[in-house]
Design a protein around this ligand. Sequence first.
Ligand SMILES: Cc1ncc(COP(=O)(O)O)c(C=O)c1O
Length: 376
Amino acid sequence: MSSKDAVLVPPKHIAAIAPYQAGKPIEELAREFGLDPARIVKLASNENPLGMPESARLAIMEAVSGLGRYPDPAGFDLKQALSTRYDVPQDWLTLGNGSNDILELVASTLLEPGSAVVYAQHAFVVYKLATQARGARHIMVPAKDYGHDLPAMLEAIDDSTRLVFIANPNNPTGTYLPNAEIEAFLAGLTARHGTRVTVVLDEAYNEFLEPELRVDSIGLVKRYANLIVSRSFSKAYGLAGLRVGFAVAQPVLTDLLNRVRQPFNVNSLAQAAAIAALKDQEFQVRSFNVNREGKAQLQQAFEKLGLEYVPSYANFVLVRVGDAARINQELLKRGVIVRPVAGDGLPQWLRISIGLKNENQQFIDALTDILKPAHS
Ligand SMILES: Cc1ncc(COP(=O)(O)O)c(C=O)c1O
């Protein structure tokens, strides 16, 4: 075919993007291996194993009758609920179609071809995708003990750097940065570069941290005009399918994000459900406890099996299984979907989302069976 016949000629930086690999859907695995979908467990996408809160389901039922109209473009009611909960004015809040949308909005707002973005090796893959999509350059800083090396990230910032992404806790490694390290990074960054470089502190898994470990990120936003905190309703709040997240930043930055934001980026059902979930303390406590117990269950099993794992601060655990591609395949045959992370530079590891007790056990039993010596 001559180049004249080529239908699409995307820009080089778009053609270079490797598509996002989502967790395999249950129905797809059932078809592939002839399995009963009811017996398949999916521990692959860091979803809430409790499903969505009943309070959110009821709020959705009520909101359904209004679906003939566009959603509130300002998200007034949800912002009011967030404003009360986090003690920030409404003009510090940006709503996103998932917190993924917030990450994309920030990239659209601040990057142009030629700008650079700093993030850590093994950090959330969307940082790279959002950078590439703007024709910007990424500066990936080697991880330290599978987590972010913030002093090295500070050193890596160059004259063209506009943005730094920090995931706390990080996905897929589950590592965590304490308040003091983040404060030191922000102070160092601002002393050297002023507010020329913006920092996104991505706290999608914040609610799974023990309360005493949580960073005072909203307090930091009040002190740093170049800080954006992003949060998600997909994980602890159980609303992954609705796509809703938010950002907190000072008004000047928030105003810029909202210029780029699609006016109706968060749908009416998502807004109604998020308000209900935010108020549902009982569900939040239950999510936290199920996660804490499931994490202990998985980590103890890995210890018993003699497998290295990265102690997790989130709702998944990263475990080193060796030949991860083969073990993943064997798990699939046994009806267990987990996440291979070779694409994140971790070819010997698998990421296991924390499920309900029986789901975790089904995974542990399958893994134990796969790893048992052939002669036993
Ligand atoms: C670190 C991190 N940030 C952001 C997101 C985006 O989540 P959502 O768009 O569902 O809020 C994820 C999802 O897996 C994540 O792991």
